[in-house]
Design a protein around this ligand. Structure first.
Ligand code: PEP
Length: 254
């Protein structure tokens, strides 16, 4: 059986306002990594692009820089006002990029076709694509969550051929993001296991090796129980990634 490492990603979204605060947060995390208080885990942080070059100065092999999103229309450069390309993120030193976070799907109406384009650009730029999937509360209540997640993954994977070194799946039930309401370890595990079965239909190696992370109000109190489940290979953390102590406690919990 493949032993997958634990990956913990912090998604800072549009926080904080001041570059100095972003720099301080990154510096505290870098300090913990250098003192090896967090071992055998891969830590990653996704600051807002405006802070990324400053935050990048604190990043390392143990603390990866990530992008929160990238342009769908070009891999490199062009007339796409307000966008940042995958190649620009790679040039900053980013090693991974979130694609299809539910806030992008909700506020920017991102379609599967658009996400597939982004994934192609991210992987062509040598970075990992972190595909975010997850059902809404009404879909969970209607018990269609397995179908929704399967559709979100299938629509991408049937259009682009990827290896396990190019893709990470983040299962983030929308009803758990930023709400303080977390999926139970058992609820999360059953979706993660189903995702792995689905991935096996495309490629058995991808199914075995792909990191499947859980996201949705993960915090220092619930992290250990979630991360102890066999198909949960890490976490994508929003709110709790903005306090160094909380983020480090989550990293140490696994
Ligand atoms: C997220 O935005 O990806 C997320 C999981 O946020 P939170 O941890 O705040 O629920």
């Amino acid at each position: 059986m493949t032993q997958r490492n634990i990956w913990i990603m912090g998604n800072w979204k549009t926080n904080p306002v001041m570059t100095q605060d972003a720099s301080n947060l990154a510096q505290q995390l870098a300090g913990a990594v250098s003192k090896q208080t967090v071992q055998h885990k891969q830590m990653m942080i996704a600051p807002g692009v405006i802070h990324a070059s400053t935050v990048a100065t604190h990043c390392s092999e143990q603390l990866w820089l990530m992008g929160q999103d990238c342009c769908a229309y070009t891999q490199t450069q062009g007339a796409y006002t307000g966008d940042i390309s995958a190649a620009q993120l790679a040039e900053l030193g980013a090693k991974a990029v979130l694609v299809g976070h539910s806030e992008r799907r909700q506020y920017h109406q991102e379609s599967s076709e658009l996400l597939t384009q982004k994934i192609k650009h991210v992987t062509a730029s040598g970075m990992l694509a972190v595909l975010c999937v997850g059902e809404s509360l009404s879909e969970r209540e209607a018990k269609t969550h397995f179908d929704v997640v399967a559709q979100q993954i299938t629509s991408v994977l049937q259009s682009v051929t990827l290896t396990a070194a190019q893709i990470v799946i983040a299962y983030e039930p929308v009803w758990a993001i930023g709400t303080g309401r977390t999926a139970s370890p058992e609820q999360a595990q059953e979706v993660h296991a189903a995702i792995r079965v689905l991935l096996a239909k495309f490629d058995t190696e991808i199914a075995e090796k792909t990191q499947i992370l859980y996201g949705g109000s993960m915090n220092p109190k619930n992290a250990s129980a979630l991360l102890s489940m066999s198909d949960i290979d890490g976490g994508l953390i929003g709110g709790a990634s903005l306090k160094a102590d909380d983020f480090l406690t989550i990293c140490q919990a696994a």
